[in-house]
Write a protein that binds this ligand. Structure first.
Ligand SMILES: [Zn+2]
Ligand SMILES: [Zn+2]
Length: 378
């Protein structure tokens, strides 16, 4: 007997089966949402550097897995204890967290004690998996509490955030990770004050979001550092007051001190490259802060603690330390009044072209690839 409302749901998911392998789109079955979950029909999802890192197994998320963590979609069903969402709501999916630990209870859920289990373990926090594929053995999912590289996703009520319907849903997914990370690093994690000097290494999706946020914060000087002249031009359009092309500069730290003689007060590295840690610290003003959002195990960055003697701070940042329930609506408000035009960074791809999208991101041909599901029927 089929009990109404308990029928499993079908979807097409892009499954990563092996390290560095292609994404293979195949049918999967989703469990009905548990009491604290929501079933979301995906409309679009961003491609983020973290997905690529897991594909390379720089992070040991188990395979085969359904990745994707910048989902935007429409709620189809809600679990029995979900009270803030209902079918038909537009939602953006963001990072997941446990909700019970000290960071979660003090508005720092990005630093949840269970950040690994909630986002990277490929399972729910209780170890179960609600997504399966025939003949696949154990499939891993619930990546960032969503696994949004699929036409449907099982999200948790803690990481599904209602968004207004008068803003195009297909552009909103990256607010759940990349754009939130860049903007939150400036506005929340580092709390850049009016009149400050800011330098941002890397003019990709995260870096350009940080540059827009530094302008929103009324920083007096905003310096973008990259090796791509087109991205540096875009940085100037989006709020940078100065740019440094690191390929054409033998000493980036000296170039930064040529712009800010006493050093830069806030440096954000979005690249994870060890030479940028070195240059950024060398360019830091007394009491300056160096924030970093990219963690590249292979870069081998090592820092002599004596270089932070004059009150400087080194700050690792996840998700901009943002509380997504607050940050996503704030960024949508800033988008509406023209101060956070993140849609300029997006290029759309059909879901079927996911491998092309990853290739284009890796080669720097696109700043923020967003997969659209509108042509996919299940
Ligand atoms: Zn991400
Ligand atoms: Zn927690």
């Amino acid at each position: 007997m089929i009990i109404p409302g308990s029928t499993p749901h079908l979807a097409l998911a892009a499954v990563l089966e092996e390290k560095d392998g292609p994404f293979v789109i195949k049918p999967v079955t989703l469990e009905a949402p548990r009491p604290d979950e929501v079933l979301v029909r995906m409309v679009a999802t961003g491609v983020c550097a973290t997905d690529a890192h897991v594909r390379q197994q720089a992070m040991p998320t188990p395979l085969p897995v359904v990745l994707g963590h910048e989902g935007a979609g429409v709620v189809e069903r809600v679990g029995a204890s979900v009270t803030h969402l209902q079918p038909g709501d537009h939602v953006v999916l963001s990072y997941h967290s446990c909700g019970h630990c000290k960071p979660c209870l003090s508005s720092h859920a990005a630093y949840c004690d269970k950040v690994w289990e909630a986002n990277f373990a490929g399972a729910r926090l209780d170890g179960s998996v609600g997504v399966s594929a025939e003949g696949e053995g154990r499939l891993h999912a619930h990546f960032f509490g969503q696994s949004s590289f699929a036409t449907r996703a099982l999200a948790h009520q803690r990481n599904a955030f209602k968004v207004p319907k008068d803003v195009p849903l297909e552009i909103l997914g990256p607010l759940g990770c990349g754009f939130q990370t860049g903007a939150g690093a400036i506005l929340k994690a580092m709390q850049v004050p009016v009149g400050a000097s800011v330098a941002v290494f890397g003019a990709g999706a995260v870096g350009l979001a940080a540059i827009m946020a530094a302008k929103i914060a009324d920083a007096a000087s905003i310096i973008a550092i990259d090796i791509n002249p087109e991205r540096l031009s875009l940085a100037l359009e989006l709020g940078a007051t100065h740019v440094v092309n690191a390929r054409e500069t033998s000493n980036v730290a000296a170039a930064l001190r040529g712009i800010e003689a006493r050093g830069v007060e806030f440096v954000l590295d979005t690249s994870g490259r060890k030479e940028n840690l070195n240059a950024g610290i060398a360019a830091l003003a007394p009491m300056g802060r160096f924030g970093f959002v990219a963690f590249n195990d292979h870069a081998g960055a090592v820092l002599d603690a004596a270089r932070l003697t004059v009150g400087q701070t080194l700050q690792g940042i996840i998700q901009g330390d943002a509380t997504s329930a607050l940050m996503i609506p704030e960024l949508i408000g800033l988008y509406r009044n023209g101060r956070f035009p993140f849609d300029r960074l997006i290029r759309f791809y059909p879901f079927a072209d996911i491998n092309q999208a990853f290739d284009d991101v890796a080669k720097g041909r696109v700043i923020k690839a967003v997969l659209r599901f509108d042509a996919v029927a299940v």
